[in-house]
Write a protein that binds this ligand. Structure first.
Ligand SMILES: *Cc1c(COP(=O)(O)O)cnc(C)c1O
Length: 465
């Protein structure tokens, strides 16, 4: 007997489940009550009352049996722990950078780096700053400038690398402001704030050449480097047969250093690092590290966290895992688009973004359509995403309200946590909600904080409006 070759359409989850955690089933009546008690703010719900939690992919992933085994065998010595050297070796092997500083999470690395290089009058260009990155830049008195390509701002436009930097704008910025005002050029891979969209190797190469020509250090915000490398492998000419780790090494090789949140492609629940080649800058950063994070061989992490990351960084580059992850998101995207639901296209590396402005056109921006859509997902299906719209970005420093650039609901996928049936269920919930969207009310703010209000805001639905 001789079978014909067969290429199945179903991408099997590349793991089997050995430890399970119950999810939170609730009735529609209970959810109505729970959301009201939470001030109509999903951030204030208890996780046990959520069926599928897509609030963030940060630190919410499942670790492997190998990672747990590494954690059990960790070394918790204060200084010079074996686990640090294992962690350092892994980071050096992948990035090639000479100096590696562990931090408690990505924000810790940003804190140290910008403290060392950013100050009033300086400008940090990036494709798109992630919100905490922007906050760290601004906290040091510098300006965070976003220079993503124009295609990156068009939600529905299909382009393989919508996270790319506009190199002409970057060159013009350097020309206009002068090298002295630009202590660092950064690029976020993948571009989280821009929809999880990747950056091409060609674009990184050009930015790197421009930075070198002007003697400006070039750093990657490398949180989702493995996902970005997967897109390079599958979308950019010449990379289809290159092993993922070699793509990653080439990518890091164009930069002088990186900040990293190990809660993303470190496959860990906490941790991060700052890495670089420049010895002088590293010395300065290390003294800040001791002050802000901890001794340089643990930097705010336990030995077992560093073990989990040393193993997780390689697991994030497993091509079967990446195929499953990126396909799960694309698969949901296809189901939604087949039902005519507007999303950011093409689907990115870690999340689906629903375009609430187009979906809930019966609500004005002052009625917070993306907030309403996200609450609808919870009420109808027990699903939690996050609003990225006028609640998150609308409040101005002078207390006035301004419409956000987009009204989005982001559904971010924790790593190795959900299966195809979860995704099928999600699609059903979103399509059904779209069918009944006219019932979704506008919201008004009852009480708010003056900064980052979305975390704690209390809302109420506008009835009979
Ligand atoms: C999550 C994230 C960070 C910050 O990392 P934390 O570990 O959450 O502090 C920085 N940049 C990007 C692009 C991120 O996604």
């Amino acid at each position: 007997m001789h079978f014909q070759p067969f290429s199945p359409k179903t991408i099997v989850e590349p793991f089997r489940i050995r430890s399970v955690e119950p999810v939170g089933f609730t009735t529609p009546e209970e959810r109505k009550e729970l959301l009201a008690q939470a001030g109509y703010n999903p951030f204030l719900l208890r996780a046990k009352d959520i069926l599928i939690d897509l609030l963030t992919d940060s630190g919410t992933g499942a670790m492997s049996s190998q990672q747990w085994a590494g954690m059990m065998a960790s070394d918790e010595s204060y200084a010079g722990a074996r686990s640090f050297y294992r962690f350092e070796e892994a980071v050096k092997d992948i990035t090639g950078y000479a100096h590696v500083m562990p931090t408690h999470q990505g924000g810790g690395a940003e804190h140290i780096l910008f403290h060392a290089i950013a100050s009033a009058g300086k400008i940090i260009p990036n494709n798109n700053h992630f919100d905490t990155t922007r906050a760290h830049v601004e906290h040091c008195g510098a300006e965070a400038r976003d220079l993503v390509i124009d295609e990156g701002a068009d939600l529905a436009l299909i382009h393989p690398f919508k996270g790319n930097m506009n190199v002409e704008k970057l060159a013009a910025l350097i020309e206009k402001e002068g090298v002295a005002r630009i202590p660092l050029i950064m690029m976020t891979v993948t571009n989280n704030s821009g929809g999880g969209q990747p950056v091409s190797m060609e674009n990184v190469r050009k930015v790197s050449a421009l930075a070198k020509a002007h003697g400006i250090p070039f750093f990657l915000d490398a949180c989702r480097f493995a996902e970005n490398c997967w897109f390079i492998k599958t979308r950019e000419a010449g990379y289809a047969n290159v092993p993922l780790i070699d793509i990653a090494r080439e990518l890091f090789g164009y930069a002088d250093g990186c900040t990293m949140s190990a809660k993303k492609d470190g496959m860990a629940n906490i941790g991060g690092f700052l890495a670089m080649n420049d010895s002088k800058l590293a010395e300065q950063c290390r003294s800040f590290e001791i002050l802000m994070e901890g001794f340089p061989t643990y930097g705010g992490m336990a030995g077992y966290d560093m073990e989990a990351i040393a193993i997780g960084l390689y697991e994030a580059m497993d091509e079967r895992y990446l195929a499953y992850r990126i396909r799960s998101i694309e698969y949901l995207g296809e189901k939604l688009q087949d039902a005519g639901i507007p999303i950011i296209r093409p689907t990115g590396g870690h999340a689906i973004y629903l375009d609430a402005r187009r979906m809930l056109s019966h609500l004005s921006w002052q009625e917070y359509p993306a907030w309403s859509l996200n609450n609808g997902l919870y009420l109808l299906g027990g699903v939690r995403g996050v609003e990225i719209g006028s609640v998150m970005f609308g409040l101005q420093p002078d207390g006035s309200e301004k419409e956000a650039a987009h009204e989005l609901v982001r559904l971010a996928f924790p790593r190795r946590v959900y299966t195809q049936s979860h995704v099928d269920y999600l699609a059903e919930v979103i399509v059904e909600l779209d069918r009944q969207k006219d019932k979704l009310p506008g919201y008004r703010i009852v009480r708010q904080a003056q900064v980052l209000r979305h975390f704690t805001v209390l809302m109420e639905p506008v009835v009979g409006g």
